[in-house]
Design a protein around this ligand. Structure first.
Ligand SMILES: Cc1cc2nc3c(=O)[nH]c(=O)nc-3n(C[C@H](O)[C@H](O)[C@H](O)COP(=O)(O)O)c2cc1C
Length: 344
């Protein structure tokens, strides 16, 4: 099966094609530190055979967290807890990536200052969210530095890769979208200007993140809104970003409320188009629910890797179980030999 074919990209030597996409647990309490529950959660997916685990959106700044309960990496003290998870998952055979995020105008973290929430322009995502403050060039330099410091800390924690969160209406994606970016300076207006901050962050991070380690970028291929980002623009963004990025993770939506027609595999055509038009490796994600769908995507070369989100929440042993059910060649964890081996 294509699912169990290895995949190699820079330092990532993956034993199969199944990726766990970033999914927030909202269990970090208010200090951003890893808790035992994170360790149990991620190491279960590692022992279940997931080849690459991309850990949840982790705030590069306190006001970059989605909520007060999100993981943080703005302090050296965060490294030890993250390293504990990386080491545990490595010892169960998974490779580890960390998603670095600044939530921008979708941050619900409670700051003391009125102007805590930042965004390219002072417009709220919707009535639920706070109205952010328009970022100054100093704010932008601070955020860029925070992504670089986060990358250095991720390296110190032993992560094999980092994923820059450029999707779902969080800070970097709000620069890309004309719906959230109304700036009059060189960071607003045409696509080249709207992509400028993302490209600056990628360039700066690439310099501090070890060259031999993979750098991933998650993008929303479409805002599904008139006047918003669309696939054609995203193809252009990928073409501009690919000199810094090794692997693109293609998602969609999140900039503002939109009517999205979801159906199994609904985002795969985005990944497929980007892979073909930009000649880059991609991860496909989004309502991919069973091994037939995974095989179809891989066999037809529509994506290099497939991420299973909620499916892996339901079934942490998806990979091992699928190998067993299909009688595929697979190295089961030795402690479960009695379950997966053919000894009765
Ligand atoms: C509980 C939950 C938390 C999520 N947190 C994140 C996140 O931290 N970062 C991110 O980029 N996407 C996040 N997502 C989106 C997933 O990574 C994935 O793209 C989405 O669930 C679609 O894949 P699926 O249909 O296989 O679940 C989250 C999704 C869920 C269900």
């Amino acid at each position: 099966m294509h699912t169990f074919e290895p995949f190699e990209l820079k330092n990532l030597k993956l034993k199969n094609r199944i990726v766990m996409p970033p999914m927030c647990l909202f269990t970090a309490e208010t200090d951003g530190y890893v808790k035992d529950r994170h360790l149990v959660h991620y190491s279960s997916r590692a022992i279940g055979g997931t080849s690459l685990i991309i850990m949840e959106a982790t705030g590069v700044m306190p006001n970059g967290r989605i909520t007060d309960n999100c993981l943080g990496i703005w302090d050296n003290a965060h490294v030890a807890g993250l390293k504990r998870i990386v080491d545990a998952c490595h010892s169960e055979g998974a490779l580890m990536a960390l998603q670095l995020n600044h939530a921008g105008r979708k941050s619900e973290a409670e700051g003391e200052k009125q102007d805590y929430t930042i965004s390219p322009s002072a417009c709220a995502s919707d009535e639920i969210y706070r109205t952010p403050r328009e970022m100054t060039h100093e704010d932008m330099a601070e955020v860029k530095q925070a992504f670089c410091d986060g990358a250095k800390r991720a390296d110190a924690a032993g992560f094999d890769a980092i994923e820059i969160h450029g999707a779902h209406g969080y800070l970097l994606s709000t620069f890309l979208s004309p719906i959230s970016n109304k700036r009059q300076d060189e960071y607003g207006g045409n696509l080249q200007n709207r992509a400028r901050f993302l490209l600056e962050v990628l360039e700066a991070v690439r310099e501090v993140w070890p060259q031999e380690k993979a750098l991933l970028l998650r993008l929303s291929a479409s805002d599904y809104l008139p006047g918003g980002t669309n696939l054609a623009e995203t193809v252009e963004v990928v073409s501009m970003a690919k000199k810094y990025v090794d692997l693109f993770h293609i998602s969609s939506g999140g900039i503002a409320e939109a009517k999205i027609e979801v159906h199994p595999g609904y985002q795969v055509p985005f990944a497929e188009t980007i892979k073909k038009e930009c000649d880059v490796p991609v991860i496909a994600v989004g309502l991919i629910r069973n091994r037939e769908m995974v095989e179809e995507i891989l066999a037809n070369g529509r994506a290099d890797l497939v991420a299973l989100g909620r499916e892996l929440l339901r079934n942490p042993y998806w990979v091992a179980n699928t190998a067993w059910e299909t009688n595929s060649h697979y190295e089961y964890p030795d402690i479960y030999e009695r379950a997966f081996g053919r000894r009765y």
